[in-house]
Design a protein around this ligand. Structure first.
Ligand SMILES: Cc1cc2nc3c(=O)[nH]c(=O)nc-3n(C[C@H](O)[C@H](O)[C@H](O)COP(=O)(O)OP(=O)(O)OC[C@H]3O[C@@H](n4cnc5c(N)ncnc54)[C@H](O)[C@@H]3O)c2cc1C
Length: 400
């Protein structure tokens, strides 16, 4: 214990890592957070931050800083199913809107908040090895900008290092609810394509695409097809994207009159849950739990993990609870909160038409404003899909 220079070392400083470091540092712990990136730094991710993520920023005292960056608010989510569109308000009275901040802006703000809270931040620092002794993680070995190899020790090493987590690869946690990549999607930014505070998505057979506003008067457009088609589509990603947009001719016309200002970027990701703790280690964000991005839950899930994990570690460090008990509660809470959304997300990511019962229900939701708002809240992660689609609630809304 005496050689531990830090209480916690956090590997990765984006949506999961910086808030975890910030929250632990605010409790007075000695925290080191490292990232191989130098911020501001972009990453392969679109960045719709639903109201629960916005609420977390407000709780942490960071929302004003986000709005000061000039990021436009998103007050309406619209889901165009072809024959009808469900349009509703995604938020709650406290947090009525979403934002879609560029990751260059959001991640930088989070890194600065971690430093401000007292965490030591090392950018351009790459972790090459997670140190293990007697079955327990004890620290990291890595390299900073000067190329020198550095070793650091801590009571706990937290992997906030994303889907290809070195921490997870080292500790090889149990994985469950696994899914192969279901969907391939590509996205870019357009100017001259105003969205007037709306997130809009179009659902078509074997295709889904969406658009929403972000910084600098730009609009992000993303479109996806089943990952099984990727091999055939990869030689002309742009052509296939534009062909897909023609399934909504008005929108395709608007995109045709706008200007793409960045290159197209694409990805397909697997789904999994990983046990997020063990002797001397913890996982937060994508390192511990990942799902398809079609429902855009990743950033606020990472925020939730940061709060749950930091709380559990505080309970353990302060002697209120044993590490095992505190971290088991973190895992159980995470899993219970995200599983219904994970299942819905995995179903949507197949891009298959909804089963007939659900199709009927969606048609009934259309035009019923409370039901449309609640549907938008389900997709925003504000309201549980299990609760919303329950027979009792459907009856209560008078739509089933
Ligand atoms: C195409 C796509 C679209 C998406 N769209 C959305 C969306 O609209 N809304 C949403 O909420 N989510 C979205 N997501 C998901 C979202 O990007 C992730 O859930 C979120 O970024 C997870 O944050 P994280 O901090 O866990 O991991 P990451 O953002 O992956 O950050 C991990 C960090 O760890 C660092 N790192 C890794 N290994 C090392 C190492 N060995 N040494 C040092 N540093 C290391 C990396 O440099 C990186 O900065 C999308 C994802 C994809 C792929």
């Amino acid at each position: 214990m005496s050689r531990d220079r830090y209480d916690a070392i956090v590997v990765g400083a984006r949506c999961a890592g910086s808030p975890t470091a910030m929250l632990l540092a605010r409790q007075g712990y000695r925290v080191l957070v490292v990232d191989r990136a130098r911020f501001p730094s972009d990453t392969v991710s679109t960045h719709l931050l639903h109201p629960p993520g916005v609420a977390a920023l407000r709780r942490w005292g960071l929302l004003d800083q986000l709005t000061a960056t000039g990021c436009p608010a998103i007050h309406t989510y619209a889901f165009d199913f072809g024959p009808f569109t469900i349009a509703g308000a995604p938020g709650t009275p406290d947090t009525p809107v979403a934002y879609a901040p560029r990751r260059t802006a959001l991640d930088q703000l989070l890194v600065e908040a971690a430093a401000e809270a007292g965490a030591e931040v090392r950018e351009a620092f790459s972790v090459q090895e997670v140190l293990v002794a007697d079955g327990r993680v004890t620290g990291i070995r890595g390299q900073g900008g000067n190329g020198r190899s550095v070793t650091e020790h801590a009571r706990v090493v937290i992997g906030a290092d994303g889907r290809h987590s070195l921490v997870a690869r080292t500790v090889a946690p149990r994985q469950y609810h696994q899914q192969p990549p279901l969907l391939y999607a590509c996205y870019s930014y357009w100017s001259g394509l105003p969205m007037d505070g709306r997130f809009q998505t179009w659902v078509r057979p074997d295709r889904a695409f969406a658009a929403w506003p972000t910084h600098d008067d730009l609009t992000l457009v993303i479109g996806g097809w089943p990952s099984g088609e990727q091999e055939a589509n990869r030689t002309d990603i742009e052509g296939n994207l534009l062909k897909m947009l023609e399934l909504a001719p008005d929108f395709a016309d608007r995109v045709g009159g706008a200007t793409r200002v960045a290159r197209l970027v694409g990805a397909a990701v697997p789904g999994y849950f990983r046990r997020p703790y063990g002797p001397g280690w913890a996982l937060v964000g994508d390192a511990g739990y990942n799902k398809d991005f079609i429902t855009a839950q990743g950033m606020h899930d990472a925020f939730r993990d940061a709060e749950l994990c930091a709380t559990a570690l505080h309970q353990s460090f302060s002697g209120t609870l044993a590490f095992e008990g505190a971290m088991a509660a973190y895992q159980a809470t995470r899993d219970a909160q995200v599983l219904p959304m994970y299942e819905l997300t995995s179903q949507l990511a197949t891009l298959q038409p909804p089963p007939p019962e659900l199709a009927e229900l969606l048609a009934a939701i259309h035009g019923h404003q409370q039901a449309m708002d609640e549907f938008a809240q389900v997709m925003a992660g504000v309201r549980s899909p299990a609760e919303f689609f329950s027979e009792e609630h459907v009856r209560h809304l008078g739509i089933g």
